[in-house]
Design a protein around this ligand. Structure first.
Ligand code: URA
Length: 284
């Protein structure tokens, strides 16, 4: 699963230990106060909750027991304070501090920095390079979340979590995407206002949620555009329509996930925290 990310998961809390003193405690080990027992039914043959959290990259099992004891972990909407609760990580929804944990070890969440000259598909009958060429030994059946144009660079998310992929790409959830575009300058002062007010395109008005001039040097400018639209060539068409055709386009952000310093053609696993934020962005 994702790389470890303990940034949000630290904090003091009590440090209840299992009665047995063993790290992997018996099923009825109990980290809560009397009267705080949950009504969660243990899943026969299930995996201990602290083990699931640790495997998801939340922290050591000991740290996960502390989180459970502190009442910060929910299973299917119910706070569970028992260290030994047995759960089914493939079917149950586990949250830490309200944020969903990617508990199933079968699920993969990747970010790819797509280089230019690559089609956003897994295969191409014309023999062009595809995003599958950059996935190395990730043989799981991955879905790419949306597409970038052949020449557009930057962040593409990939996952085998079908429901998450579907929602991230669905216009209904309006996930924001941010792009850096190189365009000819100089830029008129009212460009941002025009883009955020709405621009008439062949297939209807398109509205930019945020616009910022990053730099202007001579006759070239770099602008940042954020929008929740997913229509084909939308950024290129928008900027061309206002007289600033794009010469280079890079997607730098999808919802809560940033491209950051990921090198072109490289992939990285999303962190546990990023995955939780993606779930939250689409109401999962
Ligand atoms: N808008 C575009 O014009 N191209 C892309 O690849 C993505 C958004």
């Amino acid at each position: 699963m994702g790389t470890q990310d303990r940034s949000r998961q630290g904090g003091p809390g009590r440090t209840p230990r299992p009665r047995s003193g063993r790290a992997d405690a018996d099923d009825d080990d109990w980290g809560g106060e009397p009267g705080q027992r949950d009504s969660l039914t243990d899943v026969p043959g299930g995996v201990r909750l602290q083990k699931v959290l640790a495997a998801a990259g939340v922290g050591s099992r000991r740290h996960c027991e502390e989180l459970i004891g502190a009442g910060r972990v929910e299973v299917d909407g119910e706070v569970v304070r028992r260290f030994g609760a047995r759960v089914d990580p493939k079917r149950q929804i586990i949250r830490l501090d309200g944020k969903r944990i990617p508990a199933s070890e079968d699920l993969v969440y990747l970010a790819l920095n797509k280089p230019p000259g690559v089609v956003s598909t897994m295969s191409d009958d014309r023999g062009r390079r595809t995003i599958a060429d950059f996935l190395g030994d990730h043989t799981e059946r991955l879905f790419h979340v949306g597409r970038l144009d052949y020449e557009t660079e930057g962040l593409i998310l990939l996952t085998n979590d079908g429901e998450l992929a579907h929602r991230l790409a669905h216009p209904r959830y309006g996930v924001l995407k941010t792009y850096l575009a190189e365009v000819p300058g100089p830029l008129p002062r009212d460009l941002g206002r025009r883009l955020t007010t709405g621009v008439d395109l062949d297939d209807g008005v398109a509205i930019v949620d945020r616009f910022r001039v990053v730099e202007q040097v001579g006759s070239r400018a770099l602008v940042e555009v954020t929008l929740h639209e997913g229509r084909k060539h939308i950024v290129r068409r928008l900027l061309a329509a206002v007289g600033h055709p794009v010469s280079r386009l890079v997607r730098t952000q999808v919802g809560p996930v940033s491209l950051g310093s990921l090198r072109p053609a490289a992939t990285r696993q999303l962190t546990t925290s990023e995955i939780g934020d993606l779930y939250a962005a689409v109401g999962l």
